[in-house]
Design a protein around this ligand. Structure first.
Ligand SMILES: NC(=O)c1ccc[n+]([C@@H]2O[C@H](COP(=O)([O-])OP(=O)(O)OC[C@H]3O[C@@H](n4cnc5c(N)ncnc54)[C@H](O)[C@@H]3O)[C@@H](O)[C@H]2O)c1
Length: 401
């Protein structure tokens, strides 16, 4: 079987690497630079080894392309393109629409189309299917299914094989084929009764995280105002063996999922006249954390940051990845600069960000730790400035929540 995977980013390339062990994979991406890099055997995604791509290419099981015609004779196509927010924070389905166009204009025999991109309930039925039909001039009757992606880049313990995968087809036949496809490389497949349930479950999983992160971020502020340790309190609560799950405070949330997916759920809820108050408020609390951190740093440093050299340590949105999408570090830096601080950043995993290289970890007046990669040494952070505020709770003996 030949599989076309549209989008060769975190999700699409990860799937390509797994599926390539069982099928012939054509990885379609609109970014020519990524395609050229992949065809020369270089992976740009953490968790996908260049060696794995090189082996698949050598065995004739993988090829990347920018040319839609190269997916014209696939048996299954998987959509794994971005689903961001528009500038007015509404769901942006333009990348999905473009993927539908590639499918509609190039695939003339009926196949199975699976969406892995995260979107609101109804996207498969009311957006993807009609869009592909429109772009193919209603000439082909494809089958449609959803299987939302749960990959957590940089994670070692859970991967495509051992993370249970939800799926649902628009028809029983689509469900069966989807099950057959994923069962080759995923141990635990969970069928749900409709694509809408699978789509909603994905959004709810990430909304659960977003709301609990906001709750602990708010609690960090309460604990500080009460003069008690937020970390000790959380550890104490976590001794309860049931009914509690520990989340830790941070400078905010980042990445493609937690800051974005809940807004997809809120948007569709409000469209249907249902409340999304927790989701909206959680988003605000998480966004406000960067200001809270900078307020605390300013208060600890004589009430002014004007002219102070501040080094922000860790600009990736989470440890051990180079992903800076929606990173809280960006807002922290903006607040620091707006108060007259002279800001640089250190992150050897990211290396280069917004055209600026990572600065050395030394000689600042103030250090604010936003993300702590495993490769960063706490002693080096402590030695780099007389004042350190650690938002991660990983460095002992410095300022923090
Ligand atoms: N990254 C994660 O951890 C994660 C986890 C679960 C779900 N998701 C969801 O999966 C989807 C993809 O996310 P991602 O993190 O892989 O994004 P990404 O930005 O890493 O990759 C997307 C790729 O799609 C390409 N692309 C964009 N438009 C295209 C088009 N029209 N045709 C072909 N290629 C196109 C881009 O060049 C890019 O390489 C999103 O809906 C996201 O919410 C992501």
């Amino acid at each position: 079987m030949k599989i076309g995977i549209i989008g060769q980013g975190y999700v699409g390339l990860t799937i390509s690497a797994f599926a390539g062990n069982y099928f012939q994979v054509i990885g379609f991406d609109s970014n020519k630079k990524i395609v050229d890099q992949l065809n020369s055997g270089i992976s740009h995604i953490e968790g996908v080894e260049s060696r794995a791509i090189q082996k698949l290419i050598k065995d004739g099981r993988y090829q990347a392309t920018c040319n839609g015609r190269d997916i014209s004779n696939v048996d299954i196509v998987v959509i794994a393109v971005p689903t961001p927010l528009t500038t007015d924070r509404k769901p942006d389905l333009t990348y999905i629409d473009a993927a539908c166009r590639t499918i509609g204009e190039n695939i003339r025999n009926p196949i199975l189309v699976i969406n892995e991109s995260t979107s609101f309930p109804g996207t498969l039925r009311n957006f993807i299917k009609p869009a592909i039909e429109k772009y193919s001039n209603n000439l082909v009757a494809h089958m449609y299914a959803i299987s939302p992606e749960r990959v957590d880049p940089g994670r070692g313990d859970f991967n495509q094989k051992n993370t249970p995968r939800l799926y649902a087809g628009l028809t029983p036949e689509a469900s069966t084929l989807t099950q057959e496809f994923y069962s080759k490389f995923c141990d635990n497949l969970v069928e749900v009764s409709s694509p809408e349930v699978a789509e909603a479950a994905k959004l709810f999983e990430n909304t659960f995280r977003q709301v609990n992160i906001a709750l602990v971020n708010e609690f960090a502020q309460i604990a500080h105002s009460l003069g008690i340790s937020v970390y000790e309190t959380l550890d104490a609560a976590n001794t309860k063996p049931y009914g509690f799950m520990k989340f830790t405070p941070s400078a905010g949330v980042g990445g493609h999922c937690i800051p974005v997916d809940p807004t997809y759920l809120a948007a569709v809820a409000e469209e249907h006249g249902a409340p999304a108050t927790f989701i909206r408020r959680a988003n605000e609390v998480n966004l406000e954390m960067s200001k809270y951190v900078v307020d605390r740093v300013q208060a600890d440093n004589g009430g002014s940051l004007k002219g102070k050299s501040v080094l922000v340590v860790g600009v990736a949105y989470k440890p051990n990845v180079a992903d800076v999408r929606e990173t809280a570090a960006e807002l922290v830096i903006e607040h620091l600069r707006s108060r007259g601080a002279v800001v640089s950043w250190h992150d050897n995993v990211v290396g280069l960000w917004k055209g600026e290289p990572s600065a050395p970890l030394k000689s600042a007046d103030i250090v604010v730790v936003v993300t702590m990669h495993d490769s960063v040494n706490s002693a080096d952070v402590i030695a780099s400035a007389p004042y350190v505020f650690d938002t991660t709770g990983k460095i002992n003996g410095v300022h923090g929540f």
